[in-house]
Design a protein around this ligand. Sequence first.
Ligand SMILES: [Mn+2]
Length: 424
Amino acid sequence: MIESSVIEAQNAKRAADLDADFDALGAKLARRGVDINALVERAKTFGVAVPSWGTGTGGTRFARFPGAGEPRDIFDKLDDCGVIQTLTQATPTVSLHIPWDKADPSDLLAKAAQYGLSFDAMNSNTFQDQPDQAQSYKFGSLSHTDAATRAQAVEHNLECIEIGQSLGSKALTVWIGDGANFPGQTHMGRQFERYLASMKEIYKGLPDDWRIFSEHKIYEPAFYSTVVQDWGSSLLTAQELGDKAMCLVDLGHHAPNVNIEMIVSRLIHAGKLGGFHFNDSKYGDDDLDSGTIEPYRLFLVWNELVDAQATSGLDLAHMIDQSHNVTDPIESLMISAIEIQRAFVQASLVDRDALKGYQDDNDALMASATLRGAFRTDVEPILARARLETGGAIDPIMTYRASGYRAQVASVRPKVSGAGGGIV
Ligand SMILES: [Mn+2]
């Protein structure tokens, strides 16, 4: 763990600079009629879930290069999640993947409690075969042509719900790799019907206070067609299943140049937006660190979310969904959580009354400038002050490096090649 003395010493070095930056920004925002302290409080309300598997080094189709001191099991992963939350104060929850993270629930709860962590949405896995499983998912899972394979996949999802119930989770995210590599390989209509029938079986086992999220993805691992290919298929699924079924949008799961913030708006309109997976990408589902490639897009997504939260009390599950191939995963997850929080705070700065006025007057230039004005505001002093006031680090990355945590865990965790850190 990170000693509090390390955090205090690191914060002491940066406190005076932060005060100066905070006061300067506070004066600037005051001229716009914005109270900086209210934004600090708002930043403190932010939370994004860390995916347990994200703490391990990811890989590509070509290779995986393990890092030093990678987590060996879910308990090591929870230690790493504890570090991320301690330093950023922005990641109070962890999202588990079953069966990768299977363990005695009471042990998981005890370990999470050490760090004040709780469990977010559960993730099922029917995109790979487990050593002891009877039916193979090579040709699909919930939509497989074979009834026994579909039943096995349904049963696995029901088990995820059962495990989640013992951990205080309230949601199940279902993403399947089912699809086809060749035209004609599958009957697209019948395959989707089989998928829906399987999802209905899972839905029957969903507790009343739970939600089920369908996550779409345009391609990969199937390269010609995917059963839940787009937000339309996802919406059809959620509408057919019922009130507890919602759509989950992953930033990387769309065709290039798709207007993702508009999809967000449409799903909000339908009352079916349930969750969001954050990452960034250049070409496909690259699973790069949030905010590193297209920070303005991240802001525009948050602009829709903040707008909806203000009017409809939207309750979303947020999770980081990334693969860290060339960085220390703890560092990538910390900086990503902060970038997502940054977009949230920047979107909170949008003058919505002014924007509505410009929109109603068809003043395209000023409407667009209003959004960019919020995006261009450097809110770092607000984020840093929120961390400082909640026991976190003014500079999480430098504090983490000063702590020597990675070297410390590397001495007890041998390098492993298969720690479940792949792309999801
Ligand atoms: Mn995802």
